[in-house]
Write a protein that binds this ligand. Structure first.
Ligand SMILES: Nc1nc2c(ncn2[C@@H]2O[C@H](COP(=O)(O)O[C@H]3[C@@H](O)[C@H](n4cnc5c(=O)[nH]c(N)nc54)O[C@@H]3COP(=O)(O)O)[C@@H](O)[C@H]2O)c(=O)[nH]1
Length: 845
């Protein structure tokens, strides 16, 4: 039986040995990594001991024998005890002995290592200290760096904000070519409406948006940049919305390390507004400089800060001379007083002042000006400076005074005209009220002035008016007013008059002065004048009434004859009323067909036959009866209705003549008078031709009568008209010959047929030798010009005989027949009555 306790003890012993063995192996090899010195011996010792132990075990446990190589014998036991165990122990000892130095070395090495470790630990400790210090420094540096980083971040963010908010757009671009952008800051969008990528993606984007007119210059400047290294210029850039913005572009060339141009960096700023302001200022400045007005401004101390060119010219200084001077040097003293006392206070108060002052040229002469002063205030309400616009009104003033003169004075005589007369008269009346003295108004009209004008020409007429004005000046005091109203009408206002008689005395003095002959333009002649007088306050209390009264008195004076003086009386007004009534009735007469024609025969003094009939106008007034033409034709002329009436006369007379011819009555010449207004019609001959054509009267059956004065008004056109009539075969007669002033030279040029001697000469020639002489002279003159003579107004046989004896060809007058209505004239024609020439013959034979 197996003794399990012993077996266990043996196994334990063996296990223990194996453990020791294993440990030693482990220490030797693994821990110390030493060469296995003594190990084999040691293991052999152990091996033998183990083997010996196994043999012991087999002794105890026979069952194990088969597994033991050596059987359990005494020899074997001996061997076991003597060889195996001692050898085992010896080997074990030897192994240990060999192993000890290694262990000792190992321990020394261990000690060394420990020392090294200690040194290392010291070093580590030192280093750790250093590292700790370094770490600390590092930590501090990290903190600093972090702070720097944060600062950088903040700065970057700030810069970004600044860049976004900045009006300047930062950009980079390539050098040369199209200068394509490589970078454009975001804020470009605010500048021109485009995004940075628009600039970067299209290499021509920037240059294509530069204004075409600026492009060439900009590229040239950029090219120049390569030489200088920097540039700064302005150009227009097209905004996305199509408009152009002014850009200020400032840029620099960046070179690479080798000094070669690398890129351009710069910035764009929108200067559209300042540019506009600048342009506006330039334009304003150009306008100011181009202005013809003095424009300037001064500080509130009154020192000139700016004077434009026109201003400098007006005061005769250069801009350098003018600026810096007190503005008072530009104006005369009297104007400075106005400006200081009135202009500047008003400008300070209400912002502006306008008035008429003057500029003082450095040479001393004054220039009348219209001046505007403006006060410019600070936001605090203080006057900052004054500006002024001054306009030269010399021409205006001259024109104004010329106008004033024209408005108040008669240009021919230099006398006050109606306007100034009215003014002076009003003053005179006002003064008369105060001093309780009289004022007289003398209305003067030259007699037969029209005749002088018409016959001697307008130059003589004008010279006469001037001479009359001069003589009038000599008749009154300087304080009295002499005025010319127009034509030959003069009005005198006599002031401080004592009694109405004085006015008559002066009127007489005037008439006497005018009666002296006038020698003008080579002609000497006399004239007369008529005067109407009105007195303040008897004949009127205001200017208008006094003038009216004097005018009425003048009419009365003229009605009395030449060279009369009449003072106004209230009865005279009735005449004026009559005239007004007449005017009104005359206007209505035409509409009411109140005009008729009477016909007066013109007889041949040789045969006694009727050769012509004169058509004479009559007005059949419903209340006044037949009004003779002398009473209404001048008024009709004044009212301007005479051309219409005259045309009616012509048509009616031609028609009547044609009817008599058609009725088989003798074919006589129809003589028709033309009024002055008719005669000056430019288409007169056409009108007459048209009426002849219309009525069917042969032109040779019409005679036209015109007066000398009508012809002399415009000789050349009269000659033209008369020649045209002559060509039409119309007869022409000069009416009332001898009463006008026709020039014999002109008379020759007129293609006339007859001269009619005015009835005034015929009337009187039997009593007045002068008139007889005139009649004979006219007959002789007419004959010498190859013209027939018609004597008008023949009333007596004596007159008839005289005319017959002296070769007058024809007569017209009550002796044979007064003017007759058409029906009576027709009877006369039918009767074919002849002029009884018996008496004349009897006398002769
Ligand atoms: N433009 C026009 N003028 C006209 C027209 N009709 C007339 N007149 C002109 O008016 C003036 C006055 O004319 P009237 O009062 O008709 O006088 C004429 C005769 O009636 C008058 N006469 C004739 N014979 C005698 C006489 O023996 N004694 C006398 N006292 N008077 C007489 O003479 C005037 C003749 O006219 P005229 O030959 O033309 O001179 C007068 O000047 C007319 O021209 C008209 O239609 N248009």
């Amino acid at each position: 039986m197996i003794n399990f306790i012993d077996l266990g003890s043996e196994i334990f012993r063996t296990g223990f040995l194996l453990a020791i063995f294993g440990y030693l192996l482990w220490v030797g090899r693994t821990r110390r990594n030493l060469p296995p010195r003594g190990w084999n011996t040691l293991l052999s010792g152990f091996g033998l001991l183990v083997f010996g132990s196994l043999l012991d075990i087999t002794d105890e446990f026979e069952a194990l024998n088969p597994f033991v190589i050596v059987g359990n014998t005494h020899t074997q036991a001996l061997l076991e005890k003597v060889v195996i165990f001692p050898l085992g122990y010896l080997l074990l000892l030897r192994g240990l002995m060999r192993w000890m130095p290694a262990v000792h070395g190992l321990s020394r090495e261990l000690e060394c290592r420990k020392q090294v470790e200690r040194i290392l630990e010291a070093i580590v400790e030192t280093r750790t200290g250093e590292l700790k210090a370094a770490n600390l420094a590092l930590a501090e540096e990290v903190v600093v760096r972090r702070q720097a980083q944060e600062f950088l971040e903040i700065t970057r963010a700030r810069l970004e904000h600044l860049l976004t908010a900045s009006p300047a757009v930062i950009y980079c671009c390539k050098v040369g070519g199209n200068y394509a952008n490589t970078f454009v800051s975001e804020n470009v969008q605010a500048l021109v409406g485009y995004k940075p990528k628009d600039f970067i993606e299209d290499s021509r984007f920037w240059i294509n948006h530069v204004h075409p007119r600026d492009r060439e210059r900009v590229v040239a400047d950029l090219d120049a940049l390569l030489q200088r290294g920097e540039a700064c210029y302005e150009y227009r850039f097209q905004h996305r919305d199509g408009s152009y913005r002014w850009i200020h572009d400032e840029l620099q060339l960046v070179r690479d390390t080798e000094g070669q141009p690398f890129e351009i960096v710069g910035y764009w700023v929108d200067i559209t507004h300042p540019k506009r302001v600048e342009q506006t200022q330039q334009r304003l400045s150009a306008i100011l400089e181009a202005s013809t007005d003095f424009v300037g401004f001064s500080d509130n101390e009154g020192i000139a800060q700016y004077v434009n060119q026109a201003g400098c010219r007006l005061v005769g200084m250069s801009a350098e001379e003018a600026v810096g001077r007190p503005i008072t040097v530009f104006t005369p003293d009297w104007a400075n007083i106005i400006i200081q006392n009135e202009g500047l206070p008003a400008a300070k108060r209400q912002g502006w002042w306008r008035g008429e002052t003057a500029l003082l040229h450095r040479e001393g002469h004054e220039i009348p000006v219209s001046q505007l002063i403006l006060a410019h205030h600070t936001s605090e309400g203080e006057v900052e400076f004054f500006s002024t616009v001054v306009r030269d009104i010399s021409e205006h003033k001259a024109y104004e005074s010329q106008l004033e003169y024209q408005a108040n004075y008669d240009s021919l005589t230099g006398l006050p005209n109606r306007n100034l007369l009215q003014d002076r008269l009003e003053h005179a009346i006002a003064h008369a009220w105060r001093v309780r003295q009289g004022v007289a108004v003398l209305f003067l009209d030259l007699d037969r002035f029209k005749m002088v004008n018409d016959s001697l020409g307008h130059d003589v007429g004008d010279a006469l008016l001037k001479a009359v004005a001069e003589r009038l000046r000599g008749c009154v005091r300087d304080e009295d007013t002499i005025s010319r109203l127009g034509g030959d009408e003069f009005v005198l206002v006599l002031e401080e008059l004592r009694g109405g008689e004085m006015s008559r005395l002066i009127a007489n003095k005037i008439l006497a002065a005018l009666q002296a002959p006038f020698a003008l333009e080579g002609q000497t002649f006399r004239i007369n004048a008529s005067v109407g007088i009105s007195l303040f306050s008897r004949d009127g209390k205001d200017a208008l009434t006094l003038l009216k009264s004097a005018d009425t008195a003048l009419h009365w004076a003229k009605a009395q004859g030449r060279g009369c003086i009449r003072s106004y009386t209230s009865e005279m007004n009735a005449q004026v009323v009559e005239r007004l009534t007449m005017e009104q009735s005359l206007r209505q007469a035409w509409e009411r067909q109140e005009f008729v024609l009477h016909y007066q025969p013109i007889m041949d003094l040789q045969t006694g036959n009727m050769v012509a009939v004169e058509a004479l106008l009559r007005w059949q007034h419903p209340r006044l009866g037949v009004v003779p033409p002398a009473k209404f034709i001048p008024l009709a002329e004044e009212l301007g209705i005479m051309p219409t009436v005259g045309e009616w006369v012509l048509r009616t007379a031609c028609l009547q003549s044609r009817r008599w011819q058609d009725a088989g009555l003798p074919m006589l010449t129809m003589s028709v008078n033309l009024s002055t207004q008719q005669f000056i019609q430019v288409d007169l001959t056409d009108r007459v031709a048209h009426i002849l054509d219309e009525t069917g009267l042969p032109p040779s059956c019409l005679a036209i009568e015109i007066t000398e004065s009508q012809i002399m008004q415009d000789v050349e056109s009269a000659v033209a008209s008369l020649r045209a009539f002559k060509e039409m075969k119309v007869h022409l007669s000069i009416d009332d010959f001898g009463t006008g002033y026709s020039s014999l030279i002109h008379l020759k040029r007129f293609p006339l047929n007859r001269l009619k001697i005015g009835k005034d000469f015929i009337h009187d020639f039997t009593k007045t030798p002068e008139d007889e002489t005139i009649v004979l002279a006219v007959i002789s003159l007419a004959h010498s010009l190859g013209l027939k003579v018609v004597a008008e107004g023949v009333e007596t046989e004596e007159q008839l005989r005289f005319l017959w004896e002296n070769g007058c060809e024809e007569m017209q007058g009550h002796y044979f027949s007064p003017p007759l209505p058409a029906s009576e004239m027709e009877g006369l024609l039918q009767e074919n009555r002849q002029l009884p020439l018996r008496l004349a013959y009897q006398q002769c034979h």
